[in-house]
Design a protein around this ligand. Structure first.
Ligand code: GSH
Length: 221
């Protein structure tokens, strides 16, 4: 039996979306970020990234983590690659070259896109100021090359790998999403924009997103 540790308002979305696509039963433990709580160690605090019970699962104190029949895995993208191989059928790799491509795009997303996309996400939260506008402009400039690579890769294609929806689409889309509020990045890249809209139209994404919106947004997420 699979257990997913991590609130919907966290990178656990990546795993919760995939679990929905897989249609596998799982237990959800909504561990929240300690920084969202006034006193994470208070006896009545909800389970969070500093709770001893969670640190026993992941000593790094970060979400998400999973436990699957005794196998514990951390790191959202590694978790998804594991789940896709174990339960994924067509969502996972069919041969070594697809396995390499799925790893390649996951590492590309996290090393070339995530930090700058997150800057855009955080800077877009409140009323725009000169400072946040400058942060967004610099981050968007840094995303130009990796987004151009994605645009080129996706032109004439429906999905990232093998013309079918796979874990590679989830891992990338959940990182590209952080930059989604900055429309010019997507208006200039129609294939990337259409792909993101296509994968976000999937019932499993929508179901995950509905649960995320229903979750209390206490403190910074
Ligand atoms: N590279 C990790 C990053 C995990 C991470 O930074 N998670 C955040 C929440 S999205 C967290 O747990 N922060 C700890 C905290 O705020 O207490 C992954 O992809 O799983």
């Amino acid at each position: 039996m699979l257990t997913i540790y991590g609130a919907y308002r966290s990178r656990a979305t990546r795993n919760l979306w995939l679990a929905g696509e897989l249609g596998i039963p799982f237990t959800h433990v909504p561990v929240v970020q300690a920084k969202r709580l006034d006193d994470p160690l208070a006896p009545d605090a909800p389970i969070n990234t500093l709770s001893p019970a969670f640190l026993a699962i992941n000593p790094m104190g970060s979400i998400p983590s999973i436990e699957d029949d005794g196998v514990i895995v951390h790191e959202s993208l590694a978790i998804n690659l594991y789940l896709a191989k174990k339960y994924g059928g067509a969502l996972g790799p069919q041969d070594l070259s697809e396995d390499a491509a799925m790893m390649q795009w996951a590492l590309f997303a996290v090393t070339e896109i995530e930090a700058n996309a997150l800057k855009i996400s955080y800077a877009s939260l409140g009323e725009p100021t000169d400072e946040t506008k400058a942060v967004i402009e610099v981050a968007a400039r840094s995303l130009k090359r990796p987004f151009d690579v994605l645009e080129q890769h996706l032109t004439g294609k429906t999905y990232m790998i093998g013309e079918r929806f796979t874990v590679a689409d989830i891992n990338l889309a959940e990182i590209v999403r952080y930059a989604q509020s900055h429309a010019p990045l997507f208006d200039a890249r129609p294939a990337l924009k259409a792909w993101l809209e296509r994968v976000q139209a999937r019932p499993a994404f929508k179901a995950m997103w509905e649960k995320r919106l229903a979750e209390p947004a206490t403190g910074p997420v």
